[in-house]
Design a protein around this ligand. Structure first.
Ligand code: SF4
Length: 403
């Protein structure tokens, strides 16, 4: 008989597979689902992860598997995975065979609130689950102007498609402070990530300081457990200021570890922001300021060979940086639209190896949580499965033959 851990790993493999392959469905299947009421909706605050646009049609943000893993929904009409609805129960299926019933994610309470200037809070910060919220202060990237945006990125296309339709644009510090306070108060949120595309003037420091002031004022917390996601600054001495402002952690996303591919895939970061060596130096300097385990990076996994990604994760882990990996999703509107990511098994193996590197280097769940923009990623899941901290370890679940 398989253990809960075995079942969770099987569900995790499905989570990664459905994330890579997408899930097929006719959007009308959600006709009677209370999206934006009982259930959390997708909000296109920065990227579209579905494999085609669906402007004006709400999708649920994700769903829970029987043992409590959070699955994202990435719509792809070519996928062999699909949703079906029978007797008011939604099921995940593969080639038409039921895998398990699913539960969509509850909508957080702050999504129904508005700021003092009348802006809906669901357009200001996305609930990324398990007490974490994320704000993209700018939903465009200035690298686009010279054709130097990252090849996998669709931030500008997403803004063009959804910005007006969903009321998403530039955010002001007071709006963010009020929204973070509401999420912390109403939904027990306890981690905040501030990110965004490059802005031409590079006035990030002043802006991030204003946001931190506003959050402290509205939450009453000196340490609000925030992660400042920044591009590598030309002057590394500004990194101190983020710490002084009250951010607990900092992140700088290198995206690609191979320096030659970095230049080709991320031309803006390479040409206008110091180049690969400067991004690595920035991460090392961030550790000197914030401390080991309080700095995060990210690699978009599946563009370069796995060995190169693992070399980067291993190197950065040895330097005090948690370098997450996210499965490359050839987003609509990116230069890679229509490409294919590696097979799900490729990603499953990578996530296991990355989690192994973190654990071997002694990084704790708390350190991982405090710097994760989405604390329900496969790496986070592996930590919670291995440490048996998922709620399922404290409750009885009916065995499901198909899982
Ligand atoms: S720097 Fe690259 S990944 Fe970041 S927003 Fe700009 S184009 Fe996208």
């Amino acid at each position: 008989m398989s253990t809960i851990k075995d079942k969770l790993y099987r569900e995790l493999e499905l989570k990664i597979a459905t994330s890579v392959e997408g899930i097929s469905f006719d959007p009308r299947i959600f006709r009677n689902l209370d999206i934006t009421g009982k259930y959390q909706e997708e909000v296109h605050c920065v990227f579209e992860y579905d494999h085609e646009h669906h402007v004006g049609i709400h999708f649920p943000a994700g769903f829970l598997s029987p043992h409590g893993l959070t699955f994202p929904i990435k719509w792809d009409r070519r996928s062999q995975y699909s949703f079906i609805l029978e007797n008011d129960v939604y099921y995940l299926t593969y080639k038409g065979v039921v895998i398990f019933p699913i539960e969509f994610l509850d909508r957080p309470e702050y999504y129904a609130e508005k700021t003092s200037d009348g802006t809906p809070m669901n357009t200001l910060a996305v609930y990324t689950r398990n007490g974490a919220i994320l704000t993209a202060y700018s939903n465009e990237c200035a690298f686009r102007e010279k054709g130097r945006d990252c090849k996998f990125c669709n931030i500008n296309a997403t803004k063009q498609a959804y910005g007006e339709a969903e009321g998403i644009g530039w955010k002001y510090p007071h709006q963010i402070g009020e929204t973070v306070a509401a999420a912390y108060r109403l939904d027990g949120a306890r981690h905040f990530t501030l990110t965004g595309g490059f802005v031409a003037e590079r006035r990030e420091v002043e802006y991030y300081l204003d946001v931190a002031d506003s959050i402290r004022e509205h939450t009453g917390l000196d340490d609000f457990n925030g992660t400042a996601v920044i591009g590598a600054p030309h002057d590394l001495s500004v990194i101190e200021k983020y710490k002084e402002a009250g951010f607990r952690t900092i992140a700088t996303n290198i995206e690609i570890w191979d320096k030659h591919l970095f230049r080709a895939i991320c031309p803006g970061k390479a040409i206008e922001s110091g180049g690969w060596g400067h991004w690595v130096k920035t991460l090392e300097h961030e550790v000197a300021v914030f401390g080991r385990g309080k700095v995060r990076s990210n690699i978009v996994a599946g563009i370069e060979p796995k060995e190169s990604t693992l070399e980067g994760v291993e190197y950065l882990a040895s330097k005090g940086v948690l370098c997450l990996v996210t499965s490359w999703n050839p987003n609509p509107g990116s230069a890679f639209e229509g490409h294919r990511a590696p097979e799900p098994e490729w990603h499953i193996d990578l996530f296991r190896k990355v989690a192994g590197i973190f654990r071997r280097n002694g990084y704790t769940w708390d350190e991982l949580y405090d710097c994760s923009p989405t604390p329900e990623s496969p790496i986070n899941d592996i930590y919670r499965i291995e440490e048996e901290t998922l709620p399922v370890f404290n409750r009885q679940v009916q065995p499901l033959a198909a899982v």
